[in-house]
Design a protein. Sequence first.
Length: 462
Amino acid sequence: MGLLALGINHKTASLDLREKVAFTPDTLADALRAALREAGVNEIAILSTCNRTEFYGQVEGACGESLLAWLAQSRQLPLGEISGCVYQYENEEAVRHMMRVAAGLDSMVLGEPQILGQLKDAYMQAAAAGTLGPALERLFQATFSAAKQVRTDTAIGANPVSVAFAAVQLGRQIFADLRDTEALLIGAGEMIELVGKHLYEQGVTKITVANRTLSRGFELAQKFNGRAISLEDIPEALVTTDIVISSTASPLPILGKGMVERALKKRRHKPVFMVDIAVPRDIEPEVAELDDVYLYSVDDLQSVVEVNLRSRQEAAVAAENIVTARAAQFMTQKREQGAAGLVVAYRHRVEVLRAQEVERALAALRKGQAPEEALERLSRTLANKLLHAPSIAIKKAAADGQFGKLDWAVDLLGLEAVPRGEAARQRATPATGLSQGAAGGGEAGADGVVAAAAAKRDGDTA
């Protein structure tokens, strides 16, 4: 059984197609159960955002095709429409991809932190739907740990790389505590909504939205527990406003130098931070000439974003190294877990043999046998029983010409002092072929390994 990551994202598919294959939160549970039932996977989780829809699963054989067919059928799309946009990773590459996604290395905005929260939601949804088993449980926990290490050990998320967030970060450089400020947002588009979200997350609780259409302004202001005003009310609002951020489609400036100057006098020249994200500008450039006004344009913010993006790109190199190492570590641990049953079974067998010999030794002692003799017999009998099965297997490997197994036996039995050439000295040569090993020389080589193990046993028990 292996691990699978399959999906589409902003790099491989258009927004139109991404919308068609997306799953809403209220349909995700049913989709998870249907995929588990119909696509032939053992465990599954679905990550669905505006930029990607991805499936993470534990599978047997080639389940990628059946999962893709199920996706096309469930979304009522021709298979050919999505097959050319799908990427698929297996095992270590699947683990690495999932960790890259969680760390923001595969995002449209490099290093953005929201995707980790979305991945945690996908994990909880799968757990609630009953489609998350032990394999994906371990994978998700390892992924969250890797993402945390990337955030802790690199600066990939330290600097803003969106204009909206850069605007808020500049405000933090001017005001000691944004929670003590009032903000005026002019416009009600996507950029203003994102700015409002960042301000609200930074603790700004007094947010006013000024918009030409009051109903739209009110709708947006509700998201921040704020109030809405019309554009005509801006002069009055400026008197108590510390932060002004504007982004409208107005062909003419909305804030002139005179309007701002009059507000500053009423404010007794308390500083005002202004950001004009609009093109063409919403705030007259001459406003920057006023004392106590800190005015930034979209070009100013873009230069900040570009510097920060270069910083993130440098940090991404270190982040990629972390992800690669953690993915390899996860697969090593997964392979070790595959041998856990074998180790438990062998330990149980040894414990049964040990208990049997201890019981025989105690019985001999009760009959009056000398303790030294009982102990000697216990150790020798137990050692012989432990050596029996490996000795038979080693001799058979040599007789069959499987000399690689003899080399591996040296490692398995911990016989570091035995030269590997001695363990397999009867290997075929161009002159002799396999005739010598087949005639018994190979078993002689096997006897060397067995004898070395016996010698090591006698030395340990002496």
